[in-house]
Design a protein around this ligand. Structure first.
Ligand code: BGC
Length: 697
């Protein structure tokens, strides 16, 4: 009965939309397939009259980068009350890790290994987006990333497709909620389909190439998961895959995404991507580029104006048919209807949004849990109420804490480390020593003076927010500017006094000597607007750290790409045999394995067992032998034996968390679909093979 009602509703809807399409001029149709940036109006009160006219005439049917209840209401009103067909606008914005309330960057948030938290931050971001009058966000970013040279690793859920898939489901649910038409739901737009993370040498906007097996096992699964979770829109990547730009990739967009995965939603290009088909060298002019994109099933042209300017010519040249344009318009209008925009275009954006005590509480909780304690020699941390010398250019840098995609978050809403420590009641003296990215050493001497009087030296070092993210590839992954010199001078001056490093970055940095000289290292990534409080909570022991790294942390740039899911090869490394797989100048292993992260507890795993059934129930006992309550994260890996095609040494199949008081024990249960054939299970706190319990099944 329910199914029939839905079908009836769908039929009525399609008929209604077809009637609307029948009334549309070609220009109005192409307007619905166009999305234009309104950046210039973000801070100003009004979009320029020229664009208002374009919306009034129906030439532009969708906008990006305009937000705020006032501006979005005004512009929606023009579309709905002054354009001929009164079709509301899609209004999209990048809320990658929060809108007004900025959460940790996705790479850091992935390290919570907590789908409920991933969903909660997306839910709150969606509420804030909807409050800001938006109805679409260009998130989640689902590119599996194994190359920290690529700045966009910061936006991603890391190196593993199983994690990426869980992230995709949680984020899609969070943004869209159960009811896409809800006043606080927005359309998610999963991106960047597909394999963008594999770009050549980690250099932004370069080419990608890979086997079908790699594509299907590693890069496609998060998108499959997003489609299964009902994601309403998808953005193809800027890149080409084996010579075919994704914006024109008929096979991957039509055959795989639409037919095989069953995606029925809207395809929105990346910024200016259709026009860039000319640079790729696959189109001779804008009309050809527009035709290629339309044939591949692209519905919305973001920023190229290729559909508006090129499709009329493409029609004349018989490169496309009107039915293909209509099909794209239909998908866009269906999305607008699903978002409830025809019923009430003003349902979102009723009042201005700001950071609240409640949203800050979530940002602080998730921020705290995203911090990864990489090292803690002799349990230097938590700090025992000391006098602190806080040195480094990122100590008093609230705005940087937003990371590369700060949404609509404001610098002044962000708490830096210094403020967080002061709020926690610590006695703090501060000097930056150097700037983030200059060679000027003139401030080092005054920073060193602080060391004499301090119990502990806290070095706040790393990248500026915009050194990762889009167009921010790096070939050297050390500390920028003169920060390494500053750190070396501090280590000399400290003379054995504890030095704790808080490291900010959008990627794992290859800083082995910094790590080896420091007594403790906390990888903070970019923790968002509550950064300072979150860091103080962990440093003081108010909260035991629980974050894990969602990417393997390299020792050297030359190890990249580095990831735990390698295939075994015919000559796996054997230290006694020279002719086995190894480097002659660095170990094969990462400095910190995927999943690494210390706590203030002391966990031991034992008694790994499997209970039969479908799924299998994998159980392990966990004991906290430490003196403090803490939370342990446990991973379940599989190694499939004797398959026709070699399988990775470790494949992630599950993860779980268990919180235990001091000296408490518990049992963690993870589930696993029964593997085909012989397999070995591995369970443990990271992908470091030496830390894992194993069992043949
Ligand atoms: C980025 C996308 C983003 C879009 C809109 C592009 O440059 O690649 O990830 O969604 O801009 O801001």
């Amino acid at each position: 009965m329910k199914k029939r009602t839905i079908r009836l509703h769908c039929r009525e809807l399609v008929e209604q939309i077809n009637r609307l399409i029948a009334q549309m001029t070609l220009a109005e149709k192409l307007g619905q397939l166009t999305m234009t940036a309104a950046d210039y109006a973000v801070t100003g009160p009004l979009i320029t009259p020229v664009s208002e006219d374009a919306i009034r005439s129906g030439a532009i049917g969708n906008l990006l980068n305009l937000y705020g209840a006032g501006p979005t209401h005004r512009i929606q009103k023009i579309a709905v009350e002054e354009s001929r067909l009164r079709i509301p606008l899609l209004l999209g914005f990048d809320a990658l890790h929060g809108q007004r309330t900025v959460f940790p960057i996705p790479l850091a948030e992935a390290g919570l290994f907590d789908p409920a938290a991933w969903e909660a931050t997306a839910r709150l971001a969606a509420e804030e987006c909807a409050g800001d009058g938006l109805n679409m966000t260009f998130a989640p970013m689902l590119d599996v990333s194994r190359d920290p040279r690529w700045g966009r690793i910061a936006e991603s859920p890391g190196e593993d497709p199983f994690v990426g898939s869980a992230f995709a489901r949680a984020k899609t649910r969070g943004f869209q909620s159960a009811d896409l038409a809800g006043t606080n739901a927005v359309s998610a737009c999963a991106k960047h389909y597909v394999a963008y993370g594999a770009i050549n040498a980690g250099r932004e906007y370069a080419s990608t190439d890979m086997s079908e097996a790699m594509l299907r096992e590693v890069y496609l699964p998060p998108f499959r998961a997003a489609v299964e979770a009902g994601v309403a829109a998808i953005m193809p990547a800027f890149t080409d895959l084996s010579g075919i730009p994704m914006t024109a990739h008929v096979h991957l967009l039509q055959n795989v995404l639409r037919e095989e995965l069953g995606f029925e939603g809207v395809l929105v290009t990346d910024y200016h991507a259709i026009a860039e088909l000319l640079n790729h060298g696959v189109a001779g002019d804008l009309a050809e580029a527009a035709a290629l994109a339309l044939k591949a099933g692209i519905d919305i042209d973001m920023m190229s104006d290729a559909y508006r300017l090129g499709l009329p010519q493409a029609l004349q040249r018989n490169l496309v048919a009107m039915e293909e344009i209509d099909a794209a318009v239909r998908r866009v209008l269906v999305l607008k209807e699903r978002l409830g925009l025809f019923a009430d275009p003003y349902r979102r954006g009723r009042s201005d949004v700001s950071v609240t005590a409640q949203s800050r509480a979530l940002a602080r909780d998730v921020g705290t849990r995203s911090l990864v304690l990489l090292k803690n020699d002799a349990n230097i941390l938590p700090l025992a109420a000391p006098k602190l010398a806080v040195i480094g250019p990122l100590a008093d840098a609230g705005g940087e804490m937003r990371g590369p995609w700060g949404g609509a978050g404001r610098s002044e809403d962000c708490v830096g480390v210094l403020q967080g420590l002061t709020d926690a009641g610590l006695i703090v003296r501060h000097a930056p020593g150097v700037a983030i990215d200059t060679g000027d050493l003139s401030g080092v001497a005054s920073a060193l003076e602080l060391c004499a009087d301090a119990d502990v030296i806290l070095l706040c070092l790393g990248e500026a927010a915009l050194m990762s993210g889009e167009a921010a590839s790096r070939a050297y992954l050390g500390l920028p500017g003169a920060q390494q010199e500053l750190a070396d001078a501090v280590f000399e001056k400290a003379g054995g006094k504890p030095v704790v490093v808080v490291l900010f970055s959008g990627r794992p940095l290859a800083v082995p000597s910094l790590v080896s000289r420091a007594h403790a290292v906390l990888a903070a990534w970019f923790p968002g607007c509550e950064a300072g409080h979150a860091i103080a909570d962990v440093l003081t022991g108010k909260v035991s750290p629980s974050g894990r790294t969602a990417v393997s942390w390299p020792r050297a740039v030359g190890q990249i790409p580095i990831f735990f899911g390698e295939r075994p090869g015919g000559r796996p490394f054997n230290p006694k045999d020279h002719f086995t797989s190894h480097y002659s100048d660095v170990e094969n292993t990462p400095l910190f394995a995927f999943g690494h992260g210390l706590t203030y507890g002391d966990f031991a795993l034992s008694n790994l067992r499997v209970e039969p059934g479908n799924p299998l129930r994998v159980k392990v006992d966990v004991e906290n032998r430490g003196a403090r309550a803490a939370e342990e994260t446990v991973f379940l890996f599989l190694n499939q034996k004797c398959a026709g095609v070699t399988r990775p040494v470790l494949e992630l199949k599950g993860f779980g968390r268990i919180a235990l008081a001091a000296n408490a024990r518990g049992t963690l249960t993870l589930t696993l679909p029964p593997p085909e054939g012989r397999a070995e299970l591995f369970v443990g706190p990271s992908a470091d093979l030496t830390s894992l319990l194993s069992l043949s099944i």
